[in-house]
Design a protein around this ligand. Structure first.
Ligand code: HEC
Length: 119
């Protein structure tokens, strides 16, 4: 039941993002403001030039091209402790709601990274 509610909330969120211009949302993400905030994400989620920094050795999910609503949800879950990964929890703990909206706006507008070469 909890899962269904969550799925519904996420679906609704995505629908709102899809239907409305971002202006209509309370927490509008600003991809430009995100530029100062993503420096700490890059070492792990290395999006520039569509390359991963450690393709074979470090299993970091690609977030470039991901839906903004999903990114915000994930960051909130790390911050609240619903998601347990220690480094992401530490990172998310430093982010305000606005920071999350900004980085989500930034990453949702970048292309997904090219698939990492398999060893
Ligand atoms: C120390 C390395 C590291 C840093 C720095 C880091 N991340 Fe992560 N991130 C990870 C790892 C590893 C995971 C996968 C964790 C897991 O399995 O839950 C992850 C997961 C995520 C996810 C969930 C992806 C998904 O598909 O569910 C999001 C969103 C995310 N990170 C965003 C960010 C943002 C935004 C920043 C910068 C503010 C950041 N991360 C900084 C390593 C990092």
């Amino acid at each position: 039941m909890k899962r269904m509610k969550r799925t519904f909330a996420l679906g609704l969120g995505l629908t709102l993002v899809w239907l409305m211009p971002a202006v209509a949302l309370a927490n509008t993400g600003d991809p430009v403001a995100a530029k100062d905030k993503i420096s700490m994400c890059m070492g792990c989620h290395s999006i520039p030039n569509y390359k991963t920094a450690f393709p074979a050795t470090y299993n970091v999910p690609k977030i470039g091209g991901q839906h903004a609503a999903y990114i915000v949800k994930a960051l909130q879950a790390y911050k609240s402790g619903d998601r347990k990964h220690p480094s992401m929890r530490a990172v998310a703990a430093t982010l305000s709601e606005q920071d999350m909206a900004d980085v989500a706006a930034y990453y949702s507008n970048t292309a997904p990274a090219a698939p990492a070469a398999k060893k």
